[in-house]
Design a protein around this ligand. Structure first.
Ligand code: AMP
Ligand code: ZN
Length: 115
């Protein structure tokens, strides 16, 4: 179910245009507008689910689909040999800014330890 105020729902529906690096109808990938690494891509389910904890089973399946899609998206972005990090922020302590589940792909430099 789309959320009328949600930026990722609007990108998913095409209401806000964005270059999609990948799109299988169910999940899509875009470049992060404020990259935290030389390559920073978001893999986003089209359906609105705020957090994994709230996800109905199809929401969890969407999250799994993001994980499935990530290696191909990362390969296309040239990260295959150098590696990358997958991150899913959940809730306040993670600093989650957009309350629509998504997976970050970060790479293109040594990312250092997680903190
Ligand atoms: P999170 O903190 O995990 O919710 O991550 C949200 C990410 O979405 C941040 O890295 C933002 O830079 C990114 N972001 C917000 N709006 C857009 C947008 N319109 N297009 C691409 N990335 C965006
Ligand atoms: Zn949404």
């Amino acid at each position: 179910m789309a959320d009328a105020n949600c930026i990722f729902c609007k990108i998913g529906s095409g209401e806000i245009p964005a270059d999609k690096l990948f799109d299988d109808g169910r999940v899509f990938a875009i470049r992060d507008i404020n990259p935290k690494a030389p390559v920073h891509i978001l893999v986003i389910p089209r359906a609105h689910t705020e957090a994994l904890a709230d996800a109905p089973s199809d929401g969890a399946a969407d999250a799994a689909r993001c994980v499935e899609a990530a290696p191909g998206v990362a390969r296309e972005a040239g990260l295959d040999a150098s590696g990358y990090r997958l991150v899913a922020n959940q809730g306040a302590d993670s600093g989650q800014e957009v309350p629509h589940f998504h997976l970050h792909i970060l790479g293109g430099r040594a990312l250092g330890p997680m903190g």
